[in-house]
Design a protein around this ligand. Structure first.
Ligand code: AMP
Length: 218
């Protein structure tokens, strides 16, 4: 199964992906995670991406598209994938079409996670992550057992530099300006499957699984 997951930053895409990749045996490709890994390792790609990410702006298409093309060529993507955080612009969506056409494949569905902005602002500014093992926490809703210490690996738990209120607002503005038109782009092809994450991630995932089933995907 070849999927995209769309949704505003902090809408709950990552949580839904963690479930969906297990259920359907998919490679989970998060462009944000790939950029952060490169920043952590100090690679040239990471150095180029950092200034954009810190401002809540998009990394240029030329850099991002090449990175995704490389990732989709890896063996684990042959059995199916879920793209999280890509495409974010129409130009990226068109480039993805070309990449998939060259591989003689196409998308099966585009998942759209819907969450109200006020909920996003609350959830993201209280989010904390462990850079060592990638575990995610929330000071209000899912705190670590010991403050600032990762339950899973004992590493230091931090706030992502782009999870501050000011940057989250910029990321939401960027999303509405650039990414929301993608929903119309894929809706015209009848590919959209919606999950509402205002109540709980369990309910959101259940809706998505129903929607995929209705398209004959399981
Ligand atoms: P995310 O973790 O998906 O919210 O991504 C974090 C940041 O990485 C974004 O705010 C962008 O600066 C950058 N980024 C991730 N994916 C893309 C993309 N497809 N195109 C451009 N920039 C991206």
């Amino acid at each position: 199964m070849r999927l995209i997951i769309l949704g505003a930053p902090g809408s709950g895409k990552g949580t839904a992906c963690a479930v969906l990749k297990e259920t359907y045996g998919l490679a989970h490709i998060s462009t944000g995670d790939i950029f952060r890994e490169n920043i952590k390792n100090g690679t040239p790609l990471g150095q180029e991406a950092k200034s954009y990410i810190d401002q809540g702006a998009l990394v240029p298409d030329s850099v991002t598209i090449r990175m995704v093309e490389d990732r989709l060529s890896q063996d684990d993507c042959a059995k199916g994938f879920i793209l999280d955080g890509f495409p974010r612009t129409i130009a990226q969506a068109e480039a993805l079409d070309d990449i998939l056409t060259a591989k003689d494949t196409k998308l099966d569905a585009v998942i759209c996670v819907v969450t109200d902005d006020e909920l996003i602002m609350d959830r993201v500014t209280t989010r904390r992550v462990c850079p060592s093992c990638g575990a995610s926490y929330n000071v209000k809703y899912m705190p670590t057992k010991v403050e600032g210490v990762c339950d899973a690996c004992g590493g230091e738990v931090i706030q992502r530099s782009d999870d501050t209120a000011e940057t989250v607002q910029k990321r939401l503005d960027t999303y509405y300006a650039n990414t929301k038109p993608l929903i119309d782009f894929y809706a015209a092809r009848g590919l959209i499957v919606e999950g509402n994450n205002n109540v709980s991630s369990e309910e959101c995932v259940a809706q998505i699984e129903e929607g995929l089933k209705a398209k004959g995907l399981n």
